[in-house]
Ligand binder design. Sequence first.
Ligand code: PLP
Length: 335
Amino acid sequence: MTAQPQRPAFGTVLTSHMAVATYENGRWNGSEMKPVGPIELSPAAHVLHYASTCFEGFKAFRRADGSIHVFRMDRHIQRMQQSARQLVLPEPDAAQLANMVRAVINRCREAVPEAPGALYLRPVLFGTTANIGAAATPTADASLIVLASPVWDYFAGGMKPLRILVDDENTRSAAQMGMVKTGGNYAAALGPTLQARAKFQIDQVLFCPGGQVQETGAANFVLIRDGELMTRSLDATFLHGVTRDSLLTIGRDLGYKISERAFDVNEMLDWVKTGEAALSGTAAVLAGVGTLIYRGAEHKVAGGDVGPLTRALRAQLVAVQQGQAEDKHGWLQPV
Ligand SMILES: *Cc1c(COP(=O)(O)O)cnc(C)c1O
């Protein structure tokens, strides 16, 4: 058996170049391509004091013929515009941002790994106005930077079933901020997650405020069983994942019944006696849950291993992303 080469961890490598655009005097300036490096920022910048920032994360895939396709970029750009509006940041121009993404991919084409690797795109927007008295004033100026990071097989070491703590006391974020992809939400979830990791040796915390199942720190939560997919219905309290939407669409195509509704911890624990559970997001696509820990008791999910339906659904979506299965919904855009 040949050992797989050791690859850098997700997100630790950046491409040589980034695209940068600035907003001043009420408009976006033309974007520039720059070598990745330190940026100039006032220590009084709005973002450093009042967390005026949001980001996106999506992938571009290289095919065997050398062509490169971006997955659902339009949805990610729309979500970034929505995050910006919610945070009263200047809204990125959709066409300009798409051009910045394409420019970075083209500048760094040789850095896009072959499947199952991908180029992870990470646009980030932040307020730059220098004013430490602006707690209740939006930033007037902003920067938009598109970073790119080659990423390799997320499950190169095999799919390890996740241990998840079910937390019905803490919240991941303020209720109305859940659907905003903003730095502060991750800072807010970090403390409870690290404490739980030390105490229960878990991978992630599943936040269930008021006993209602919501999501983990950076991924949506899906229940799967023969013929049915269930996940929380969309509301402002959690992040509307593009992977979640893609999986539900593929599930519908495969004849699954799709149940989007609120459900509580007891219903989830009942489901996993026979059904499967998984986390969905761009980085891992779908990661199987093996154990749920609730009020000190361990509940095995469908026997404790990554389930066959989870593997099959993941494989189906990955096949579409990599161009091996038909792109029925026009999710891929060549660059
Ligand atoms: C990014 C993110 C997700 C997953 O979104 P995708 O569009 O599927 O990558 C889910 N939850 C949170 C909190 C996130 O930040």
